[in-house]
Design a protein around this ligand. Structure first.
Ligand code: DX5
Ligand code: ZN
Length: 222
């Protein structure tokens, strides 16, 4: 799956920017509060408007403090997946329950320095795991390959039936990094600057997908 991040799109033309990536599986929406991360983006009213403007399922990534209070609203707005940060949630399991009760998939994100081991039990209550491959807050940063160990561990836990999460990666995904992420076992790739910085965002999505598929086919061959 490819999830273009609208953080790198033109915020004054979000409906057109969504229409520019018709082949996207999810549209990734970075909600930042200027507290959990040192940047401020958009909130629920914009997500509600975007929901009315595109048929692409929304993947809301909440980089905010106290997601316990705010996450259910993003699910009620019709998002397909709502992700909270492990480092910010007071009661992650309660967040997952509330997000699911409001009709969305529940995601848990971990920053590059957060160990996966600490969250494996909690992840039993989640549908997606978002592994950050940059420090959250800004688009266009360099990919951190050291987080791929966490992806490999998560992949193993899923493949052996210990977890049932979709493994998603976010940060620095581009033509030069997507193959190593695919080989490590990522299911869903978020890409901001690599899609919206391209001349043709729709073609960039198709090209990234082709690379990821080729890299994981090669894995299956052994
Ligand atoms: C960063 C955001 C990302 C961002 C990725 O905090 O969570 O979703 O849009 O941007 P790129 O793909 O440019 O690294
Ligand atoms: Zn994100």
């Amino acid at each position: 799956m490819i999830a273009p991040s609208i953080l790198s799109a033109d915020f004054a033309r979000l409906a057109e920017e969504a229409a520019a990536v018709p082949g996207a599986d999810w549209l990734h929406v970075d909600v930042m509060d200027g507290h959990f991360v040192p940047n401020l983006t958009l909130g629920l009213p914009v997500v509600e408007a975007l929901e009315r403007s595109t048929a692409i399922p929304l993947d809301c990534h909440l980089m905010i403090n106290n997601p316990d209070r705010w996450a259910p609203g993003y699910a009620e707005a019709g998002s397909r997946n709502v992700t909270v940060h492990a480092e910010a949630a007071h009661d992650p399991r309660g967040c997952a329950r509330d997000i699911r009760a409001a009709g969305a998939l529940a995601g848990l994100s971990i920053k590059p320095g957060t160990p996966l081991e600490d969250w494996v039990e909690v992840l039993r209550d989640f549908d997606t795991l978002l592994v950050m491959s940059v420090e959250p807050g800004f688009g266009g940063q360099s990919f951190m390959p050291e987080v791929l160990d966490k992806v490999r561990t998560a992949r193993r836990l899923v493949d052996t039936g210990h977890l049932t999460v979709l493994v998603e990666i976010d940060g620095g995904i581009s033509a030069s990094t997507i193959e190593q992420a695919a080989e490590a076992g990522v299911d869903c790739f978020v890409a901001g600057s690599a899609v919206y910085g391209a001349e043709d965002p729709g073609r960039a999505v198709a090209a990234l997908r082709a690379q990821a598929v080729a890299a994981s086919d090669h894995l299956d061959e052994g």
